[in-house]
Design a protein around this ligand. Sequence first.
Ligand code: AMP
Ligand code: ZN
Length: 488
Amino acid sequence: MLKLYNFLTRQVEEFKPFDKLRANGRFSYEVGLYTCGPTVYDYVHIGNWRTFVFEDILKRVLKFNDYKVKHVMNVTDIDDKIIKRANAEKVEFREITNRYEKAFFEDLEKLNILKADKYPRATDYFTSMIRIIEVLLKKGTAYKGDDGIYFAVDKFKDYGKLSGLEKRQLKKGARVNDDLYDKENWSDFALWKFPSTRSARSGQALKEPSWEAPFGRGRPGWHIECSAMSMAELGETFDPFGKLRVNGEHGRTIDIHTGGVDLLFPHHENEIAQSEGATGKKFVNYWMEGEHLLVDGEKMSKSLNNFYRLDDVEKKGFEPLALRYLFLTAHYRSKLNFTWKSLEAAANALNNLREEISNWEDPGKSGWIGCAGFENNFKEAIGDDLNMPRALAVMWDLVKSDLPTKPKHQSIFIMDRVLGLGLDQIKPAKLPEGAKQMIEEREELRREGKFGESDRLRKELLEMGVAVEDTPQGSKWKVLKINPKIKK
Ligand code: AMP
Ligand code: ZN
């Protein structure tokens, strides 16, 4: 059984895909998964990557449970921050978004994150956005202000059902045009923004891209982008004019929608308001939000300037998969404090794991019997709201067990379908060229009592990636997988 924590009900629930709710008895269920993607105005930091890795684990766990998954992740390629950056650099906004989108996909691969089925870009979905806004205007849930079209939050009775914030916090008549507004207060928020020509803060002339719409030239607010793209791509419940739907089956609810907890309010709350306000139907069944990566107890973020990029991680000699391993050591609903020390510990754990596996017998063809008990415990752990720390512990129990290495190897491969640590890429341990002679030579030197020279050889071997240990039974060697760049 797969159990997931649903922010909508604030409890762990058995996961039931929408397909099953609709068509009982079908054997292949396709889960619609929408994950809020990056705003490509800058490089993504490792806090963002924590959320994207959590979403990757979620998807892998769904697949592990034999669901087919249709995964859609948007790329926000128009918003306030992008415009600000383009103006600061005096370039066209696409130059900014192309640059950072490219960097995003390069990092994604390094972290072994499975690709989504689709990465819709906001600027390709104006038709859908405009249609939702038109319906909201017609229903009186949206209105035209002097600088844009606004969603009237007091017209949507369920407003606050996701974040749990109370309506009394709404400042009557207050409106926000900024995508990142005060998270404590409710306000009517912009669905569509008319060009302002001047930056509100600096008073500087601002170059703002804008597009035609029946209610006035402008650009979308951030929240409407995700409503439109998710409903268009995952089969929305909404078809008032018979035109909004781009593809997908009619009447389908999105199964799971995710992001980091900072998106709970206002972003996800507003997505619900816009989507359900327009369709009158449930927008998403399960809302899952990943906890933050912290630095010194504070959220890692651009605004606090306390962030690291994957590039910083690599420059320090760590491989991206060590970061992935580190993320697996904490439950996605717990905060994780990032330190270089913890990353080093993760890198070492990953290398020790590889080292062990590299000395195992070949797993043989897939489909062989692995270690069923461990596999069951693993499945139980991941099915318990993605309890990856427990799953890792099960994996280590398996590694350290006295079972034969061939079935162990089989089971590790199965577990790695979720862990995504590239464990199937590990080559069997092999001594580097010349090492065997050096080990023998060293033995000889020791016998002759030439310990200084034998130590020099041991160092040389270590540099080649071979650790030699002297035991009462004689010397033993082990091929190390440790990245030599990591300072110990
Ligand atoms: P953004 O590009 O700012 O919209 O962020 C992309 C994703 O990263 C969103 O799902 C955010 O909630 C998430 N995020 C931002 N900061 C952090 C952090 N420090 N830890 C974990 N996730 C984060
Ligand atoms: Zn979003």
